[in-house]
Design a protein around this ligand. Structure first.
Ligand SMILES: C[S@@+](CC[C@H](N)C(=O)[O-])C[C@H]1O[C@@H](n2cnc3c(N)ncnc32)[C@H](O)[C@@H]1O
Length: 280
């Protein structure tokens, strides 16, 4: 009887569940929990892509390319409601909660050289690089979103997903309302925003019918800025600051007063006026 050795076969595992990367989780505001890629109960985020700027801009050279990327059906640029803050981004239509904008575009760098920077984290939650949108010709409209001065006026949340930074709406945004995100405590301090007063007093959201706040498991708001801010805990690379409460309380509808309507005919005219003013 001949003895045959068995051929060396590579071992194949027919059930190799891939560990989901933490960078692929998003936070469902309704479930108040992290979900993988999208919430099976409340559905995916409504993705609004940037407009594609024309190869040759019909606007004068002082209108940066970034301004032409604004999804103009939904949003427009106008002077901010915040005194001295320059240009801001406003809704043209009422936006529901759960709309995703982005990604935030800019120059990839390691230095925080401007107020237009967002820190991106690696899958191992270490600072990876910074996206700097200071150059209006190498970035998109998201650079014009200003920082909320308190939780009540914050209607966007910055978060990291698959290595890029996005903004999503955390409440219904009535039309002609300025879109405002929280930049994180370092930039907020630089803008003289009183962080002690940023969050509403405890129980405020419940007065307006929000369910009792669960104890936050994770901090989840991305914070704009630098290397000194290390993420305390990240999920999908999201940076987590002490602002989780903002998300929990986002169940209340915005108390922002709508801005005065701007007719769409005047929008483009207004757009160039804004830049003229800014550059003069
Ligand atoms: C990322 S940019 C936002 C777009 C800016 N408004 C513009 O016209 O280019 C950040 C700058 O906007 C202004 N800004 C944003 N939020 C502000 C706030 N809450 N208070 C005062 N200034 C603010 C500051 O000048 C800051 O340096």
């Amino acid at each position: 009887m001949s003895r045959r050795t068995l051929r060396q076969k590579p071992r194949i595992s027919y059930y190799e569940p891939e560990e989901p990367s933490l960078d692929e989780y998003i936070f469902c505001d309704e479930c108040a929990d992290f979900v993988y890629e999208y919430c099976a109960i409340h559905g995916p985020l409504l993705v609004i892509p940037d407009d594609k700027p024309p190869a040759v801009s019909p606007f004068p050279a002082y209108v940066p390319r970034a301004a032409l990327t604004i999804p103009h059906v939904f949003l427009h640029l106008a002077p901010s409601i915040i005194p001295g803050a320059g240009i801001g981004v406003f809704s043209t239509l009422t936006l529901p909660r759960g709309v995703r904008f982005g990604p935030y575009c800019g120059v990839r760098t390691q230095q925080v050289d401007s107020m237009y920077c967002w820190q991106i984290y690696s899958r191992s939650h270490k600072p990876s690089h910074v996206v700097d949108a200071a150059d209006g010709d190498k970035s998109n409209w998201m650079r014009y979103v200003n920082c909320a001065r308190n939780w009540r006026e914050q209607n966007l949340l910055a978060y990291q997903y698959q290595g890029q930074l996005y903004y999503r709406t955390i409440k219904i945004i009535p039309r002609f309302t300025e879109l405002l995100v929280f930049y994180g405590s370092e930039f907020a301090n630089a803008l003289h925003i009183d962080l002690g007063k940023y969050n509403a007093p405890p129980g405020y959201a419940q007065k307006f019918g929000a369910p009792a706040a669960k104890k936050p498991k994770l901090d989840l708001q991305q914070t704009k800025i630098g290397h000194s801010l290390s993420p305390k805990h990240t999920n999908n690379g999201q940076t987590h600051s002490k602002d989780t409460e903002n998300n929990k309380k986002s169940k209340i509808i915005s108390v922002n007063k709508p801005e005065k309507p701007i007719s769409s005919k005047n929008l483009i005219k207004k757009k160039s006026n804004i830049f003229q003013k800014k550059n003069s």
